[in-house]
Design a protein around this ligand. Sequence first.
Ligand code: 2HG
Ligand code: ZN
Length: 447
Amino acid sequence: MKQLADIVGAEHVLTDPDLKASYETDWTQRFTGSALCVVRPASTEEVAAVLRACAAEGLKVTVQGGNTGLVGGGVPAGGDVLVSLTRLSTLGTVDPASAQVTVGAGVTLAALQGIARDAGFDVGVDLAARDSATIGGLIATNAGGIRVLRYGSMRQQVVGLTAVLPDGSVFSRMAGLEKDGTGYDLMGLIAGSEGTLAIVTEARVRLVPRFRARAVALLAFSSTQAAVDVLPGLRSSLPSLAAAELFYAPGLALVRKHSGLAAPFPEEHEAYLLVECADLTDPTSLLVQAVETADGLVDARIADDAAGQRALWAYRETHTESISAEGVPVKLDVSVPVRSLPSLVERLAPTIAGVAPSARPIVFGHVNEGNLHVNVLDAGDLHEEVSDAVLRLVASLDGSISSEHGVGRAKVPWLSLSRSTVEIETMRSIKAALDPHGLLNPGVLFP
Ligand code: 2HG
Ligand code: ZN
C-alpha cells in the first residue's frame, strides 16, 4: 500500500470502507465485491507503475471506468486492487484535418461529445449512460448504444490507443493512421477484451460529422414482426437514419409510472419503434414521407423541434432507470439475427414463465442489430434459472448471450452457448500470452 501511495499520492489510495463503497458496487446494485484498496492513477506512467507494484506483490487488479457497466466486469472480485481510471481525464484538441481527437480513458462520453460538437463534429457512439460512462470503459467493452446502425460500435471509432500491459509495458499507437496494414489488429483485440488483456489509458477517437437537423418519429405497431418489417424500407429511403429503437407496452407503462410522462398515443399498442434521422438539412419531410408509405403502422407521431424530440426519446431512454426503480432485475442483453427477432420476442414470455411464473419481463432494444435488453423483474431467487432459460432460447436461434454489455462476471457460465470450444481456447491462449499470471480482471470473461 505504501508503494502504491508513493506512485499516485496517499490521497489517491482509498482504504476507508466508506470511501471505497461507491467503487465496490455497480449502480444496478447487483454486483458487490470488497477491494483491498482503490487506487486512482492520473497518467499512463502511474498505471504502469501500479501494475508493476501489484504484479510484484502477486495482487490481482480489477479495472474500473465510470462504473456504469451492467455485467459486473468493473466490480472487485474480492481482495483485489481496484484501479479507477477517472483521473485520466485529459481532453485533447480536435484535429479538423483528420477529424480525430485524443482523450484520456477517464473522459466521459458526454465530455467527449461536448468538445467534438464545439468543433463541428460528433462522436459515432451514443448511449443513455453518457454522463458517467468513460471512453476507456466504452473501448474495453466495445460499447454499442443507439448509433450502431449508422456508425458501428466503439471499436470502429478507435484509431489510436495507449494501453498498459499486465507487466507494466506500454503499448502505444497514437498516430491515428486510418490505414495501417502492418500485422495483427492489436487495438481491435484490446477493444472488447473487457480489461482482461490490458488497461486502456488513452485513445484517439475518430469523429463523425455533426448533423444538427434532426427529426424523430415514434411509430406504433401491433406486432414485433410489423416493426421489424418496416426497417428495410426506412433504411433504404432514409440515408439519414441514425437510430431505430424498439420497446413494448409493459416498458412504456413502467416508464410512464416513474416519469409521469403522458401517453404518446390515445390507445396502447403492442410494439413501438423510435426512429431518428440526422442530417445537414431538415430531414422531417423525408421522414414523414417514409412513415406515410410504411406498411403495418397503426399510429405515428413525428417531432421536428428539439423539445418534442427529447420528449419522444424519454420514452425509450428512461427504461433502464424505471426498471431499476421497481427492483433489482435479471438483466440480459442478447442479440439474434434480425429475422429471428419476432420469434425470440414471442417465445420469451412463455420461456420465462416456465421457470419463474410470477416474473415480469420488460423488453426493449436496438432493432437494427437484433439486440434485445431482456430485463426480468420479480424473479425472486430464480435469477440463474431465468438467465439460463432465456440464454438457451437465444442460443437456439443462433444468437449471442451478450450483444453489447460484455460478458463480465455475470455471463461467464453461459459463454459456451455463444462461443465454440476452439474459440474459447484461442481466447485463453491470447490471455495467457498477454497476462500469464492472470493479474487483470480475475473472474471476468473466462469460465
Ligand atoms: C440501453 O440500451 C442500455 O439503454 C441499457 O444498453 C440496457 O438497461 C438495460 O438493460
Ligand atoms: Zn443498449
